[in-house]
Design a protein around this ligand. Structure first.
Ligand code: NAD
Length: 509
């Protein structure tokens, strides 16, 4: 790994508190390594309880001024932030690829431009908070709604899209006038720190955006349990989300939980097969399958089943694994050896109970570019058939480049199977029949249902789960609702000392 990608950027430390990078005070460090070859990218100090407290204190101090700033002023700062991110786009893409192993074409074409677009969106959205019209609803008062910032937000993010997850947490929170302390995942903290630095450079006041780099159980729980944190926003696995909910509830904080997914991909027998095959390959392998909305379970109506499986297998075999910095590389490693071993474990167990591994199912040795893949967390795209609906690979989130395909007969059965997991984050339906499409969008229980596509997201539309995939929305105007609280202001317009309703107390006296 070329250390100059990260360079001296973090020499001042890797906690971002009160407008500057600072060393951690725990005395413990953590290595951010490249999952492509295990090389050191950056050594980071782990946050201590004192660091968490200092970050929360900074956010608390910054809150009155920032929440009192006009939406126009907040919007202007976010517009500047978008411009700075655009100037530094290459830098962000390279560090993101270094710490996560994502192919450079993905970070350059997806992660970084998506983040810049989110930032521009929230610059506009900051000026567009909505509410009910003020009016004399009782006839005796003027009632109005104030939509107010909540306070210090404590956010916890996962490693799969480190920069985008930081942006999805930070942007709506600060656009609405809150201040924030973000804890990125231990494996991938670097671009979140760079994002906080860019916010300061854009003129966002010190203490509005803070990033602490620490472990979930220690720094994470310290943050979400902190008495001065008013809201907790979490993205990560359903298991950890339950624990986060428990801890946050001890101090009755508002919670926003974006959790795991197991997205179905339902192909009806009138679908454009070529489109469905290409869609399934791209949607199951994006980010090496480490995407909460990735297509993981394809249900294919019986008439198309064999051709679909053959088409996907052929394209899976052609996918190029290699050095993430090679622009030709389609798929990088998984984020860590641990994650790779977890994915391999699911596939090996499926093999054990008689599944048919149609493609992949192993750790490759050489990349398309001659890279020695045995040093990294690589795994070949894997296609599985011959399993039952209750199989582990159908029910549980694998979070790797693995697609399971099952047949169905009637439309009812396909839709029923699509809904038959605890998750409900995203789904897609593939058909040329508008009635089938409408039925699928109505009946599938998920926060997003695509028709004849699977994966695209846009800043203007909400992203969030149904069922065990959590609640609350990221992106869009809906996320501003999440990060604000509504106050009803009711003002008497009669100027009467004795109101009519006082009869309940004073009777006829
Ligand atoms: P994870 O749940 O293991 O960790 C997420 C974050 O929680 C990390 O920062 C971790 O340090 C922290 N954490 C762990 N234990 C904690 C605790 N006790 N208290 C507070 N914080 C704690 O998830 P991951 O492995 O980093 O990411 C993958 C998961 O994220 C998948 O399940 C994926 O589906 C989910 N995800 C969901 C969305 C969504 O929008 N719904 C988006 C991206 C990822």
């Amino acid at each position: 790994m070329d250390r100059t990608i990260v360079g001296a950027r973090f020499d001042a430390g890797a906690q971002y508190i009160d407008g500057a990078l600072r060393p951690g005070t725990s005395g413990e460090t953590f290595e951010v390594t490249s999952p492509a070859d295990g090389s050191l990218v950056q050594r980071v100090d782990l946050a201590s309880d004192d660091d968490v407290d200092a970050a929360v204190a900074a956010a608390k101090r910054a809150f009155p001024e920032w929440s009192g700033a006009t939406p126009g002023a907040r919007s202007e700062a976010l517009t500047k932030l978008a411009a700075i991110l655009t100037e530094r786009a290459d830098d962000f893409a390279r560090v993101e690829s270094a710490q996560s192993g994502k192919p450079i074409k993905l970070t350059t074409e997806f992660d970084v431009p998506g983040t810049i677009d989110n930032t521009s969106f929230f610059a506009g959205a900051a000026r567009n908070l909505e509410g009910k019209a003020a009016g004399e609803w009782s006839g005796l008062h003027t009632s109005s709604i104030r939509r107010e910032a909540i306070g210090v937000v404590g956010s916890i993010a996962p490693w799969n899209y480190p920069l985008q997850m930081a942006a999805w947490k930070i942007l709506p929170a600060i656009a609405a006038g809150n201040t924030i302390v973000l804890k990125p995942a231990e494996l991938t903290p670097l671009t979140s720190l760079m994002f906080a630095q860019a916010a300061t450079d854009a003129g966002i006041p010190d203490g509005v955006v803070n990033v602490i780099t620490g472990k979930g159980r220690s720094a994470g729980e310290r943050l979400i349990g902190h008495a001065d944190v008013s809201m907790v926003s979490f993205t990560g696995s359903t298991g950890v989300g339950k624990r986060v909910g428990e801890v946050a509830m001890q101090t009755v904080k508002r919670t926003h939980l974006e959790l795991g997914g197991k997205a179905p991909f339902v192909v009806f027998d009138d679908a454009d097969l070529e489109a469905a095959v290409h869609g399934a390959v791209a949607a199951s392998l994006i980010n090496t399958g480490q995407d909460c909305t990735a297509a993981t379970r394809a249900y294919v109506q019986r008439a198309l089943f064999d051709d679909f499986v053959a088409g996907v297998a052929e394209l899976f075999e052609a996918v190029r694994l290699g050095d993430p910095f090679n622009p030709q590389t389609d798929l990088g490693p998984l984020v860590s050896l641990r994650q790779r071993d977890s994915v391999a474990g699911f596939v090996d167990r499926a093999r054990g109970y008689g599944a048919n591994i149609v493609a992949g199912g192993f750790t490759p040795e050489k990349g398309h570019d001659g890279t020695d893949l045995t040093l990294g967390a690589y795994y070949r795209p894997t296609l599985i058939t011959g399993v039952a609906q209750d199989a582990e690979v159908v029910q549980q989130e694998i979070f790797g480049p693995v697609l399971v395909v099952l047949p169905f007969d009637s439309d009812e059965e396909g839709l029923r199977l699509a809904n038959d997991t605890p998750y409900g984050l995203a789904a897609s339906a593939w058909t040329r029949d508008t009635y089938r499409a409408l039925r699928a969008t109505r009946e599938i229980q998920a926060g997003c249902v695509w028709v004849n596509d699977h994966i695209p997201i846009i800043s203007e539309m909400p992203h969030g789960g149904y069922k065990a995939s959590g609640y609350g929305k990221d992106m869009s105007q809906y996320s501003l609702d999440e990060y604000t609280q509504v106050k009803h202001v009711m003002q008497d317009i009669t100027a009467l000392a004795r109101k009519d309703w006082h009869r309940t107390i004073f009777g006829d006296r």
